[in-house]
Design a binder for this molecule. Structure first.
Ligand code: COD
Ligand code: ZN
Length: 374
């Protein structure tokens, strides 16, 4: 049936308010307006950032359709869209690339002005394409993938190899890209170096994959959940530490383990205290610490300025620093050429209507990535 130009009724997981459960509803998805694209979602992963939206740690307007790590097929395009066509396999981009703003023009920046990090929840014309029970439903992070169909702006789509397996390629929509890029683009990990990665979820494991690819010789995984260590070692950690097993600060533990030679640290938990711990854990002069974890909104951090006065570099990145529309298709090609494996990151594959079970596993610390299929 040709659905182009018509409203599509489909299933979506709606969050009606803060701290409310995901509710599977029938929603109406309007056709794409100019420079917009309607996408049939094939698979979507569950990320901590989605959970953070449900509890107010990631800004969002309610009611909302969350989800941002997906692969889909273009169903129809709005007027003026030239870079994708119906049938193309695509990844919705939580960090768009409009190509014209200051960040898109600067070769070293990816923080496109079209990004919705503050929870605007609407497309560029200020409206939503979703309704449910007569009420408008807000978009999330330029993507909204917990739905059979979504509408995104053309600049928030990367066209990928038609042969890429969706249940793996969806990890390029967040976990892998974010973590791998933090090591390769932001930390610029050097061969033979020692790295420490705080937080061994899907994003942290992807940082480890990046550190290994960059030639780090020692990669120390740090997590308060020791059940995460097996996976960390499977993707390249040479050893793992649980801060709870020590009375000393973790920075002291790492210093002793390595003879004060940790060059790169990565914070991948989103906790403010861990950001300072990671900073203190890299070498006092030549160390580089990268904040990957999304900090809670409207929070501030106190830290001893001596930590940076002595020479450490403290930096951060969003979505691994990639120029998303240019770089994601290349990352997918590298994956298809078997330059890295994503197998260890996927622990569960559920049908979409088991979304609540997927979040329960995440919150019990029992999953890395749960992939939901439609
Ligand atoms: N010390 C050590 N480990 C900890 C601590 C702590 N204090 N607190 C939690 N952890 C561990 C948990 O046990 C868990 O293993 C891990 O940290 C976090 O893993 P997940 O699976 O909960 O989270 P991820 O990997 O899905 O998400 C990562 C972040 C939590 C960092 C999240 O903020 C994020 O996705 N950040 C990326 C920001 C970004 O660039 N976004 C753009 C694309 S979405
Ligand atoms: Zn994410």
């Amino acid at each position: 049936m040709n659905t182009s130009g018509k409203v599509i009724k489909c299933k979506a997981a709606v969050l009606w308010g803060l701290n409310q459960p995901f509710s599977i509803e029938e929603v109406e998805v309007a056709p794409p307006k100019a420079y917009e694209v309607r996408v049939k979602i094939l698979v979507t992963g569950i990320c901590r950032t989605d959970n953070n939206a449900t509890i107010g740690v990631m800004p969002a307007k309610f009611p909302v359709i969350a989800g941002h790590e997906a692969v889909g097929i273009v169903e129809s395009i709005g007027e003026g869209v030239t870079t994708v066509k119906p049938g193309d396999k695509v990844i919705p981009l939580c960090v768009p690339q409009c190509g014209t703003c200051f960040a898109c023009i600067d070769p070293n920046s990816n923080f496109c002005e079209k990004i919705d990090i503050t929870g605007r929840g609407v497309l560029s014309d200020g409206t939503s394409r979703f309704t449910c029970k007569g009420k408008p439903i807000y978009h999330f992070m330029n993507t909204s993938t917990f739905t059979e169909y979504t509408v995104v702006e053309e600049c928030a789509l990367a066209k990928i190899d038609a042969a890429a397996p969706p249940e793996k390629a969806c990890l390029f929509g967040c976990a892998f890209t974010t973590g791998y890029g933090a090591a390769i683009n932001t930390g610029k990990v050097t061969p033979g170096s020692t790295c420490a990665v705080f937080g061994l979820g899907g994003v942290g494991l992807s940082v480890i994959i990046g550190c290994k690819a960059a030639g780090a010789s020692r990669i120390i995984g740090v997590d308060i959940n020791s059940r995460k260590f097996e996976k960390a070692k499977a993707v390249g950690a040479t050893e793992c530490v649980n801060p709870k097993d020590h009375t000393k600060p973790i920075s002291e533990v790492l210093k002793e383990m390595t003879g004060n030679s940790v060059k790169f640290t990565f914070e991948v938990t989103g906790n403010l205290d861990t950001m300072v711990d990671a900073l203190a854990s890299c070498h006092m002069n030549c160390g580089i610490s990268v904040v990957v974890g999304d900090p809670p909104p409207s929070t501030t951090l106190a830290f001893d300025p001596m930590l940076v006065f002595t020479g450490r570099t403290w930096k951060g990145c969003i979505f691994g620093g990639w120029k998303t529309r240019n770089d994601l298709p290349k990352l997918v090609s590298d994956f298809m050429a078997k330059k890295f494996s994503l197998d260890q990151l996927i622990t569960h594959v559920f049908p979409f209507n088991k979304i609540k079970d997927g979040f329960e596993l995440l919150n019990k610390g029992e999953s890395i990535r749960t992939i939901l299929t439609f």
